[in-house]
Design a protein around this ligand. Sequence first.
Ligand SMILES: [Zn+2]
Length: 343
Amino acid sequence: MNARGSGPGQADRHGELSSAELSGSGGLRNLALSRAEVDRSTARRGDADWLAAAWADPGTRVVVVEDGQAPVRFRDGDTGGGDGGWAADGAQELAFVAPEQAPDGVRFLLGTDAGGVVYFGVAGSLPEDLWPGLGPDVRPISLRQAGPLLSDRDVGLMTHAVALANWHGTHRHCPRCGAVTEPALAGHSRRCVNDASEHFPRLDPAVIMLVTDPDDRCLLARNAMWPERRVSILAGFVEPGESAEQAVAREVLEETGVVVGDARYVGSQPWPMPHSLMLGFRARATGGLEIRVDAEEIADARWFSRDELRADIASGAIRLPPPVSIAHRIIESWYGAPLGGAW
Ligand SMILES: [Zn+2]
């Protein structure tokens, strides 16, 4: 550990958070959507016989994804409105269907668990008459809602399924010739029916970074599209021909006028809404600290000490991103303790 966060006012739980949440390399661990348990069975994706046998097995489980949502069973009546942390106590779980109950739609192999159970996803609509059979406590929810609630196994399956469903839904034609493409490799690629070119899922890397000044204050900003009081750390997409570290420096400079160096990677989280991969960084201001927001993307930005952040959250003057986001977790890792006040 370096000396960061050792100043007065540090929360008592700093040490606890560091050991539990940070790996030896200083990275964030246990991010809500970065959890997974099921092996992806990549070697089986081209094995038509194995795939057919797995689909014919009544023990196979299918996650149905429609509009970014999947059916989840709420055993304890909790509707998922809580804030902070994820219980993963088994009270909520994906409501799977058997292959014979699955709707028409693009099918993709998600993997095989340690007990040999095979999981598929299907992008489609569950038939109306199937819903009563799933039980009164089952309803479809989004990944943002499900992320903090589901077990490692289920959140990994749902994140994988939503990401593939989003891609299949918007990439139905060949970028080379415009002809229709068809799913291949158990739903992990698409092949053009005309020229046989193969196309793989699109993933948009984005950097998200917590910038600190020499006094270890952190830079928080409000996006121009957000309501008043909502703040977060800066973020932006990596451009073609650019490294993630270069993107960190460029985005911070463009949005706030602050020059940063020492971009240090702290962890990543898939964010398939619709197809991002969030790459988390810490960076330090190395030049002037005066903030000049770009006024287009960023409405307001300023430096916060830990005491100021705590006070502004307590008074309701600001609200942070929800715990499912990597932004929330990076802010907590700087602060040194869990934070509430999420939007
Ligand atoms: Zn083509």
